[in-house]
Ligand binder design. Structure first.
Ligand SMILES: Cc1cc2nc3c(=O)[nH]c(=O)nc-3n(C[C@H](O)[C@H](O)[C@H](O)COP(=O)(O)OP(=O)(O)OC[C@H]3O[C@@H](n4cnc5c(N)ncnc54)[C@H](O)[C@@H]3O)c2cc1C
Length: 401
């Protein structure tokens, strides 16, 4: 069988490495001069290859798009299989406390070397596919250098496309796509009172996109450009489409105390008025917030500097409650997070059979990785999708009649 794989990224290389290369004639076509470029730079050069979680229900919660497909693919090839696959080929791995899995070498090069070892002779570089046609159960591939290739089966593993025009050759075959928009970004905020607090992180906040019910909780980091950290990245992923519709200009509501309610905060204020009435509010912070951040809150609510807990006016108590649990900021654009991003959108999942990754429209055509409308949060979930779909596609290509 002649098998063509489009794209020598994570999904394409993993699929190739799981095909019997002695039995089939496999060629990977890569438009750049380098394979696995994103793997190389991922995780700050360490490659966060998967997530240390083996419960499929829990794992699927980390996929804003494609959770239903992931439920099926993770059962067949999940994080434990990924770890075993690399371990059995000499790449030891370890998990950090937050669940992110890295190679023990702390270098993405170990992953690159392991993947390329069996397949490097099968990769053709600077081959950009520009047209794909299907006739008489065969595919004809046309490249930008005017060369062509004929294949019995084709795997599309070309990653996330950022412009709708890039899907043209797949549309020509009858496929459709969800509009691509970026996911995983940080929020640009111009309010300098906040950005002056750069470097401060708060371990548990809740964020909500105003006018929607999209909420996320977790740590937050204040940067010189606005807000970052796990809760922000998660919100950016779950609200990827809504943010795009608003041209990345919207309000966010922040509960700086995680899930504390107004009653909780009022009870804490009351307890402090009683127990610490003679202490200055600025010297005694009952919410375990960083010192500079507490000063910022007091300044924002115009608390007179020497106010004691026992003398705090009702007006300031009300303002403090609002500021702590219903603070509002205007997002004015997005920033990248360590250059990491994924595409929300891609080939519609209903057009792909999750048992084999074969197209439901064209027999012999397969998909793997970010080209399809599946994307995950940060933490190794995106590579896991590339491995899961790449592995299933490799089986589908070899064993689907
Ligand atoms: C900076 C950065 C860091 C990241 N870090 C992590 C991380 O630590 N953990 C994690 O889980 N995820 C991470 N991600 C996300 C992850 O890299 C992607 O989800 C994953 O690489 C997708 O794999 P893929 O094979 O589908 O696509 P890609 O890895 O993008 O590979 C697609 C390949 O196809 C080629 N190609 C495209 N079009 C054509 C064409 N027409 N003809 C021929 N070739 C073509 C491209 O050049 C590319 O080599 C990161 C992303 C970025 C940008």
């Amino acid at each position: 069988m002649n098998i063509a794989i489009i794209g020598a990224g994570a999904a394409g290389c993993f699929a190739a490495a799981n095909i019997d290369l002695k039995k089939h004639y496999v060629q990977l076509f890569e438009k750049t001069h380098r394979a696995l470029q994103k793997v190389r730079i991922s995780g700050g050069g360490r490659c966060n290859l998967t997530h240390h979680c083996f419960d499929v229900d829990t794992l699927t919660k980390s996929y804003p798009r494609g959770a239903r497909l992931m439920r099926k693919t993770l059962y067949r090839f999940g994080p434990a299989d990924t770890i075993e696959w690399f371990n059995s080929r000499g790449v030891a791995t370890y998990a950090e406390k937050d669940g992110r899995v890295f190679p023990a070498s702390n270098s993405s090069q170990s992953i690159v070397d392991c993947l390329l070892k069996p397949i490097h002779r099968h990769i053709q570089y600077q081959k950009e596919l520009i047209e794909l046609t299907h006739k008489d159960q065969q595919f004809k591939l046309l490249f930008s250098d005017h060369t062509s290739f004929v294949a019995d089966k084709v795997l599309i593993a070309s990653g996330g496309f950022q412009k709708p025009s890039q899907y043209k050759w797949l549309q020509a075959l009858g496929h459709s796509f969800e509009n691509p928009v970026p996911s995983l970004f940080t929020f640009h905020i111009q309010q300098s009172e906040l950005t002056h607090l750069k470097g401060i992180s708060i371990p548990q906040v809740t964020l909500r996109m105003a006018g929607t019910s999209i909420m996320q909780s977790g740590p937050i980091l204040i940067t010189h450009q606005g807000l970052s950290g796990p809760s922000v990245l998660r919100l950016s992923a779950w609200a990827a489409r809504e943010s795009h519709q608003r041209n990345y200009h919207f309000d966010i509501l922040i509960n700086w105390l995680g899930d504390a309610t107004e009653t909780d905060v009022r009870n804490i204020l009351k307890a402090n008025r009683q127990s610490s009435g003679k202490q200055q509010v600025s010297h005694h912070n009952p919410f375990q917030l960083p010192r500079r951040f507490w000063d910022y809150i007091l300044h924002a609510i115009d608390m007179p500097p020497a106010t004691k807990w026992g003398e705090m006016p009702a007006l300031h108590q009300n303002r403090m409650v609002e500021k702590l649990i219903r603070d509002v900021y205007s997002v004015a654009g997005k920033n990248t997070f360590k250059e990491e991003f994924v595409t929300c959108g891609g080939i519609k999942i209903k057009e792909i059979d999750p048992e084999s990754m074969q197209s439901r429209i064209i027999k012999g055509l397969f998909f793997a990785g970010e080209i399809m409308d599946v994307d995950g949060l940060t933490g190794g979930f995106n590579f896991q999708h590339a491995w899961s779909s790449g592995w299933i596609a490799a089986q589908g290509i070899q064993y689907t009649p």
